[in-house]
Design a protein around this ligand. Structure first.
Ligand code: NAD
Length: 340
């Protein structure tokens, strides 16, 4: 089986090359992202392996079909960048890595929370310049504050486990809640601690000092953080988004930042990230005014989609992706298939 990898970086080679060789796969690494202009580069391959900012839209699906590609191996969990209906029509199998290290993302989300709350990013820059003033760096104790976890899947649950020790009030929102929590089953308390409570999204917005987003990007969740939802939030609230940039309307966020609505914002994702993230653009002129403005707010930390990036997660991503390819090659059950 020949696999064409797109949007690859040196660390992808490190993890994938030895595992793929061991299993006898013929692989080719392209640095280009998959899109309608680059899809032809997969000619001769049986499958393409893509990441979060590759674009597998309908035009790409048609090209892949034309050149004989039979499968898309997502080396990530999210699949909002794949036209699943067109994949089905074109007989292209889509497989993903549903879970690699939820803890990696949850730990990072908390890292962003700690950093924006206590202004560690600003303190770091100051002391590098021998400026030891702490004016403007005051944060708040997290103990006793209310945190809202939006999306209680694998990463949301990892968040719930880690924050047990912080003695916060934890409110949850998910249209598909965890039964054990709803029914106050003792097993839930054992696993995630006391006092967890599902509420509606409005209550999350109104009552939380901190809101952390852990749901996928879908038609329903796109722009769930917009001018109306922001207006319901507490003044001085902290927003953390490690899920997908499209959950937040950037323009509305910028408007709110301009009137000092937020105490802090920690973003590992950005709705236009595919033009910038994972690339060294330090010598380039950044053409997105929104990105420049976001980066300029001192109470915002913006990182380039690195919450997943631990060695444990990379190893798991490579293992599961290669396992998916093996199942395909051997005609075995495709446990990680993604259907429309
Ligand atoms: P998951 O599928 O285990 O959980 C997602 C949860 O969101 C589910 O419980 C689902 O019911 C819930 N949900 C669906 N619609 C919702 C809505 N309208 N409001 C609230 N909740 C809703 O997924 P996961 O593994 O926990 O990952 C969550 C997201 O994190 C992924 O979709 C992906 O976008 C993102 N992610 C980011 C990184 C990163 O490096 N920054 C890494 C991995 C995943």
């Amino acid at each position: 089986m020949k696999i064409a990898f797109f949007d690859t970086k040196p660390y992808d080679r490190t993890w994938f090359e030895p595992m793929a060789k061991e299993k006898g796969f013929d692989i080719i690494f392209h640095e280009e992202k998959l899109n309608k202009n680059t899809a032809v580069m997969a000619k001769g391959a049986d499958a393409v392996c893509i990441f979060v900012n590759d674009d597998a839209d309908s035009a790409v699906m048609d090209t892949l079909k034309e050149i004989g590609v039979k499968a898309i191996l997502l080396r990530c969990a999210g699949f909002n960048n794949v036209d699943l209906n067109r994949a089905k029509e074109n007989d292209i199998t889509v497989l993903r890595v549903p879970s690699y290290s939820p803890r990696a993302v949850a730990e990072y989300a908390l890292g962003l929370l700690f950093a924006v709350n206590r202004k560690i990013h600003r303190a770091y820059v100051r002391t590098r310049d021998f400026n030891y003033s702490i004016n403007g760096l005051m944060g708040m104790d997290l103990e006793g504050k209310t945190i809202g976890i939006v999306g209680t899947g694998k990463i949301g649950q990892a968040m719930m486990s880690i924050i047990r020790g912080l003695d916060m009030r934890v409110l949850l929102y998910d249209p598909y809640p965890i039964k054990a929590i709803l029914e106050k089953d003792p097993s839930a308390e054992e696993k995630w601690g006391k006092g967890l409570e599902y509420v509606d999204m409005d209550t999350i917005l109104k009552e939380c000092d901190i809101i952390s987003l852990h749901c996928p990007l879908t038609k329903d969740t796109q722009y769930m953080i917009n001018k109306d939802s922001i207006a319901k939030m507490k003044d001085g609230a902290i927003l953390i988004n490690t899920s997908r940039g499209g959950l937040v309307n950037t323009q509305d966020l910028l408007d709110a930042l301009a009137v000092q609505k937020f105490g802090g914002v920690g973003l590992d994702v950005y709705e236009e990230e595919d033009d910038y993230f994972f690339e060294d653009m330090s010598d380039a002129i950044i053409s997105s005014d929104d990105l420049v403005r976001l980066t300029s707010y001192r109470n915002v930390i913006l990182t380039s989609h690195q919450a997943f990036f631990t060695k444990e997660a990379m190893e798991a991503i490579a293992e599961v992706t290669i396992y998916n390819a093996e199942c395909l090659a051997k005609g075995e059950e495709l446990v990680n298939i993604v259907l429309p």
